[in-house]
Structure formats: structure tokens, C-alpha cells
Design a protein around this ligand. Sequence first.
Ligand code: GLN
Length: 546
Amino acid sequence: MSNQETKYIFVTGGVLSSLGKGIAAASISTLLKNVGFKVSILKADPYINVDPGTMSPLEHGEVFVTDDGAETDLDLGHYERFLDENLTQANNFTTGRVYSAVIEKERRGDYLGKTIQVIPHIVDEIANRIKEAGKGKDILIVEIGGTVGDIEGLPFLEAIRSLKSEVGKRRAMNIHLTLVPFIKAAGELKTKPTQHSVQELRRIGITPDMLICRSEYPLPRELRNKLAFSCGVERNSVIECLDATTIYQVPLNFLKENILTPISEALDLGVLTPHMDDWDVLVKRVIAPRDELLIAFVGKYIDLKESYKSLTESLIHAGAHLNAKVKIRWVDSEVIEDKGCEDILSEVDGILVAGGFGERGVVGKMQAIRYAREHKIPYLGICLGMQLAMIEFARNVLHIEDANSAEFNPTCKNPIIYLIDSFMDASGQKQLRTFQSPLGGTMRLGGYACETKEGSLLRDVYAGEKTIRERHRHRYEANPAYREAFEKEGLIVSGESEGLIEAVELKGHPWFLGVQFHPEFTSRLTNPNKTILAFAKAALIQRQNG
Ligand code: GLN
């Protein structure tokens, strides 16, 4: 299909948030990709923040980083994990971004003195961004964040309404995700919230072509009929979506509901047969794995599992490929500070310290790292987890007692981890690609190449690849002034990126790796990240060797 023929699937949500619109959209994209279409997916977020980079993980969950360095909504992570494709800046935008762009154009005089209004200017900006993201694709799935009825969502809904009529028949469809609650006292599933939500959509000129109904119980035939009749959709377009054991089961469940038949009818796509055999095998292993292993996840946000979504998902991917359930023991590092490691870590098969910001809990994290180092338990340190492994080593092996990170003590005498204001290449000339954080300071964001050292664990983890590419989100760096001292005592630099220390590993330890990059961002169910997979495998071996 040429670009002229890009078809659109618009996904809106009703009744409640958190119904899994992102997973539903990603699941449809997976099915269509496995039919053979070129599919992409976009999240349009009506909130006002320009991007989620500055939003609290408490409120917004994880900030997902794309290869091109965008800090995006965590749904983009789901899209990549399902689609197994790299998405970009263009695949996520917010009201804040749309208004910034329009205001910038207005200041430049691009609108030739016209009065700037929500209709047409804001709506056109949204529609143009959607069209841009669909270029070169057969099908673009567009998820509208939030719930129908939100004030800030109106321009987005108007944009998809007008886009649908602009592209004409059989080129766009609307899917509405809704909740069919079970009311205990009545012993019944209820359709009214869905009816109201669809009415709200219709009021702004959108009639759904399909309903995806989240429900705790199967939808009886009469209820499906009622929903179809009252909401004006075809009977085969009422799709049931029950709670799944794993999110990766959702595409398979949709297939059982024959979701592709009404999609094909709406978009004139012909007979659709997706190849889901590999996916099916992996899902079976996620649900009923042969083996089991236990990883201690030592962090400070342990009650904030959503902010480590990519990491926990990447462990599920690794588990599916190893046919093992990767159990996580969430360990609050401040508890280690109080109680020590022994009781908490003596039985685990692997220890993980993930990325993070700020000083709270770092002492406990370093105690856990020391435990892994001394007891020869597989250790993976990601970003802050690598930086702390170096500080721990400097303090306890190199006996540099005041070794620290400039993040925690800006004036410390031995900044093992320090701040580079503007990242320079090795010659000190060229400024590397960085992003100015709105909160001040420079963040190194997105994908960078990393050279792996010959004969190293890292090289082995990446199956002999000399140059690898992973994503980043950090401000501080390992200080090369200490490199020689580290290497003399066995902590080897095994990865370098543009002259920066990118990975360290411990000689004589079965599996001890610290990486400055975030391997979890590139892990997909069908294509697990190699660092995460190798770490889980080392933990499984540890388990089997008892
Ligand atoms: N706080 C550290 C830094 O900014 C680590 C960041 C991270 O772990 N993502 O460099």
C-alpha cells in the first residue's frame, strides 16, 4: 500500500481509566503485524505536560525512553514490547507539545495574522501529527489517552472525527474500550455505563465501529445483543476482554473473539490470518513455566512497581525464553540498612539494582551489591546500579573511604561518579548528542553505540557482537581517573561508548555486570534483551547448582 492508503484505527476509552487501552491497542497491532501489514502505533495524550520526563514516577509510572531520546509515556513501552519495533518521538505527543508547536508558529507569523483557535488550528496540528506518524505504514493505530468526557480530550476526539471523514470510507475505524461491570447485589453484568459512554462519544460526532468490553465474567449472548443494538455496532463487533493471566495473552484472546473479522470489514483488508505460533509458545511458557528462579530487586521505589514496568516485563520475556518463572523479591534497600543482608538475600539466585535518582536508600543498595560480590551471587546493576557497584568497590576493595557520586555529594574528594556538563567525545572537541532537561542540567538520553571488550562477559552476553546499541537516561558518568585502580583490582571496564565508561564487570566472579545503559527498554516478548536474558540464565544456573 502506498502512503496515500494508510488506514487508521482510533482507540478511545470510556467509563474508567486503567482499563488497559494501551494493551488492547498493542494487541491489535501485534495481530495485524503478524498478518504481514506494516503497522505503527501512536499515543496521543491530552494532558498538558510537554512530555512525561518531569512527571513523578509516583503519579505517572515509568518514563519510557525511545531510541531517538524521547521521554515518553509508558504505553510506548508496551507498544514496542508487543510490536517488536523501535518507535520514535513522533509516536507520542501531548496537549502541551501541540500547543507549544502552534504558539511557536504563531510567534513566527506562520498563520499570517489569523486568530488562532482550537478549531481549526489545534485540531489540525493534532491531525497532521497523526498523518505524519502514519506515513509509509499500511495501518496506524492511534490511542487517545484519558477517557471520553475529559475536557482536555475534546480537541483530540474532534481531530480523529474529522480525520475519519477526510480519509473517507473503509480507511478509518473507531474502537471504543469500555467496562461492563458485574454488580454483586444484582448478580448481573451491566451495560448502562457502556451505553452512556457511547452516547458521550456520539454527542461529539463519533460512532464506534467496535466495542471492546472489559469484564470479569464472560458476556452472555443476550448482553452482547443488547450492547450491539443500543450502541449501534454490529453483533460481531462486540468483543469480550476478560482479565488475562498475562498481558501477552490478550492478542490470543482477541483472536478467539474473531476480532480481525470486523476489523477487516471496516477497513476492507480481505482475509486476515496472523501467524501467532511463536507468540503462542512463549505465552504458554509465561503461564506454565518448567523452572523457577528468584531475583532480589533492591530499590527504594519498591511500592512503585509501575515505575519499573520495562524491567519487570523484560524479566518476563527472559523467563519465557528460559521456560522459567522469574520471581521477584521486592527488597526495600532501607530495610537492608536496618537489618543487614543475610536474612533477605541468602536464598536468592540473583541480585538486581536498577536505575534511580537521589541519595535515599543507596547505602542499603551498596550493602546488597557487596553481598552479591562477596557471595558470588549473579549481580546486574543498571545505571545507578552500575554506579553504586563502582562506589562500593572503591570503598571496600580500593579502600577509598570517601568514594562517592557527585550526585550525592557535589564536593566530594573522590568522585567515582561525576558530572560532565556537556558530554564531549574522547578528543574533547565534538559535543555529543544530549538533551537539556527542563529542570536544569543535561541528560544523556536514548540509544548510543557501545563497544564491547574482547573476551569479556559483556561480549559474551551479546553473542560476540563488537558493537551493541542500548538506551540511556542519566546525567552522571563513571570517572575515568579511577579506571586503572579499578582494573588492577579486578573490576574491568568491558564496554565503552564515545569514550565514556559504559559497562564494568568483576573478574573471578561467576556473573557480575554493571551497565550504564538501560537494557530493559529494548526487551520484547519475541526478542528478549540479551543482558537481561543472560542475567536470568546465570541466576537459573546459580539455582540449579544450589
Ligand atoms: N542518578 C544517576 C544519574 O543521573 C543514575 C540515573 C539512572 O539510574 N537512570 O546518572
